[in-house]
Design a binder for this molecule. Structure first.
Ligand SMILES: *Cc1c(COP(=O)(O)O)cnc(C)c1O
Length: 359
């Protein structure tokens, strides 16, 4: 029996991944010089596929990094001169702010404080938002993003979309730097991140060319992108696998519909079960891809054991200090719908029985 990973990353791999690995081996690309035409063609193909399958505007550039964490550093080193502002809605946003704060001054603001200030923010070099907070399943609503964009049209905005990139439609025009790694909604092994830059972002990158001191400085990376090359030998295996996944996936409109459909099923059922509490009870802030609940430690321990031993299913533990008192279910597109339906049934069964037996 196959094991299914509803974990928030690394996660379930794309169906067909075995075939894609075999194609990578047969293709010869893994032994080919990364400045060859073959590699440039692969890079160009992925840029096109992002436009076709993810609705990326043709004017947005695409770069490869090795992780979302690297993207945080790169933004600080290549874009921020004086100060960045970080909207903090969970542990990943905090971590981003922490690393940035070691490189230059930062300011932090919580979602609640943002509401109080009626979404009026000071202009800084970079506004940093974690769109989908993987630690607690909190989503930063697009309506809020649009409001901020409207209030501050000249503000460059960077968005970490790691745990929703490939799972939902993204309003690209509302941000300048978008990035995410591939081991979540893209169903790939870890070690690769995609980074997208708007024309305004590229303008900033080009005016900061003096930061072209490191291999991963955005100026150097962008100059290479113009030839569909990279500054160093990249993760060619994962880049090849990505091209296969994107080529074989449906368009994001249809994937996004499915993601929201299954999210509504999970939230509805989980909200109705005894002993559980949704971490994000307000639908406005509910992540469509990371569904997070709290419960008693003993109950969660039993649940993990039951899922693994009886059904060969792994769900995510809580993040960090909430490890034992919450759990996370990754609602990612690579998980077959029959498995999602099965997990929902199992949860109802597990909590129903516990309830009848008096816990
Ligand atoms: C997983 C995750 C990261 C870290 O990704 P790496 O590829 O390990 O650097 C960063 N931000 C968010 C929102 C994540 O979900």
């Amino acid at each position: 029996m196959n094991r299914y990973y509803f974990t928030p990353g690394p996660s379930q791999l794309e169906p067909g991944i075995e075939i894609y690995f075999r194609r990578a081996l047969q293709n010869g690309i893994l032994s080919t010089y990364h400045r060859s035409e073959a590699f440039s063609n692969l890079y160009r193909k992925i840029h096109k596929l992002c436009q076709e399958k993810l609705q990326l505007p043709a004017s947005y550039s695409l770069y490869f990094f090795s992780s979302a964490t690297e993207c945080w550093s790169v933004l600080s080193e290549s874009v921020v001169q004086a100060k960045s502002l970080h909207i903090c809605n969970g542990a990943f946003a905090q971590k981003w702010a922490y690393y940035a704060g070691n490189l230059h001054p930062i300011e932090k603001i919580s979602i609640e404080a943002l509401e109080e200030k009626d979404h009026i923010l000071p202009l800084t070099d970079l506004l940093c938002i974690t769109l989908n907070e993987t630690s607690n399943g909190s989503f930063f609503p697009f309506s809020l993003l649009a409001k901020i964009r409207g209030n501050l049209p000249n503000q460059l905005i960077a968005l970490d979309v790691t745990s929703c990139l490939g799972g939902i439609e993204i309003p690209w025009e509302l941000g300048d730097f978008w990035f995410g790694s591939v081991q979540k909604c893209l169903g790939l092994p870890s070690g690769l991140a995609l980074f997208f830059a708007s024309p305004a972002a590229v303008e900033r990158i080009n005016t900061q060319r003096k930061s072209n001191l490191q291999y991963n400085s955005l100026f150097a990376v962008h100059q290479n992108f113009l030839k569909y090359q990279t500054t160093h030998t990249p993760n060619i295996l994962n880049i090849f696998l990505l091209s296969e996944v994107l080529e074989n996936r449906q368009s994001i409109e249809s994937i996004s519909k499915d993601t929201y459909y299954w999210a509504s099923c999970f939230y509805k059922v989980l909200a109705s079960l005894p002993e559980l509490e949704l971490c994000q009870p307000n639908p406005l802030f509910q992540s469509p891809t990371i569904i997070t609940c709290t419960a008693r430690e003993a109950t969660i321990k039993q649940l993990h054991e039951y899922l693994l031993l009886q059904h060969n299913i792994v769900i995510g533990q809580g993040y960090g200090k909430d490890c034992a008192t919450s759990f996370r279910i990754a609602n990612f597109p690579q998980m077959p719908p029959t498995c999602k339906a099965q997990l929902i049934e199992i949860l109802v069964d597990f909590f129903g029985k516990k309830f009848l037996n008096g816990g």
